[in-house]
Design a protein around this ligand. Structure first.
Ligand code: ARG
Length: 263
């Protein structure tokens, strides 16, 4: 995670961002610390990346790299405003003992568009990541990558429309309305038992959630997901990240998952 020390909305690269709207920086930091503390209270280790001035979106650490089996595929941002975040992430990995680190050839916004289940890597395209990056990820990780096409600009990253609930059982939730009809068909074939989210839950970034296989940390307003999650044996953990929503990001965007090498 990367603290929102320099968080602001100074440009607009998605429909959530309105640079004329004020952001309460102290509140953003307080909310982010609450998320970090909840991970720790649940027993998870949180590594911290130093935020850099001039990179207001750097708090969205999920976009900085994708780590699967201890292998690190760096990011290449679609927008120049975020370009300099990628080397900052790579430097962190190199300084922390990761040796299998690849600088990508094609545009990919990391876990913004890559979701890792037990059988596949689901990969979004349409707004940010290039379909060429999907092939690159498949070759690098040696896992089958399933391309999915996003159609609604509010759900510009895969992780705004789909969340992995249990990566040992291919269990996901998603908002069908964010995808093309063909991609919806692909999802229903691969995940016939997925939890379908409503337009209302998607509109409060409810799919931008992180699950440890039991606890699902999700945006506060996504209350419609609580019951369906409980029915499936998950514990919803609501988190208020309202200030970060002003940049189009929430729980998952603030969280990069470091998936270790499997022994
Ligand atoms: N303002 C950022 C952008 O548009 C938000 C990124 C949110 N991150 C995410 N993983 N969806 O790039």
């Amino acid at each position: 995670m990367c603290p929102p020390a320099h968080f602001r909305v100074t440009y607009s690269i998605n429909p959530w961002m309105d640079p004329t709207k004020p952001v309460d920086q102290a509140l953003a930091l307080f909310q982010w610390e609450d998320l970090r503390d909840r991970y720790r209270a649940l027993g998870h280790t949180v590594e911290i990346l130093n935020p850099e001035p001039g990179l207001p979106d750097m708090v969205f650490a999920a976009n900085g790299a994708t780590v699967v089996d201890g292998r690190v595929l760096g990011a290449r941002f679609a927008n120049p405003e975020r370009t300099a975040e990628a080397p900052a992430h790579l430097a962190w990995f190199r300084a922390h003992g990761f040796t299998d680190v690849r600088e990508p050839e094609h545009v990919n916004e990391a876990e913004g568009d890559f979701a890792v289940t037990s059988s596949w890597i689901l990969a979004g395209q349409g707004f940010r990541s290039s379909p060429l990056a999907h092939d690159e990820a498949q070759e690098f990780f040696g896992r089958p990558v399933i391309s999915l096409e996003l159609t609604d600009p509010r759900y510009y990253h895969l992780d705004t429309a789909l969340a992995v609930l249990d990566d040992t059982r291919d269990e996901i939730m998603y908002y069908p309305g964010a995808f093309t009809e063909a991609s919806r068909d692909v999802l229903s074939r691969l995940f016939p038992d997925a939890l379908p989210a409503t337009a209302d839950d998607a509109a409060v970034l409810g799919l931008n959630a992180v699950s440890d296989g039991r606890n699902v940390l999700l945006p506060l307003a996504a209350t419609g997901l609580h019951e369906p999650l409980r029915e499936r044996g998950f514990e919803p953990v609501p988190v208020d990240l309202s200030e970060l929503h002003k940049a189009g990001g929430s729980v998952k965007c603030c969280t990069m998952e470091l998936r270790p090498a499997t022994p």
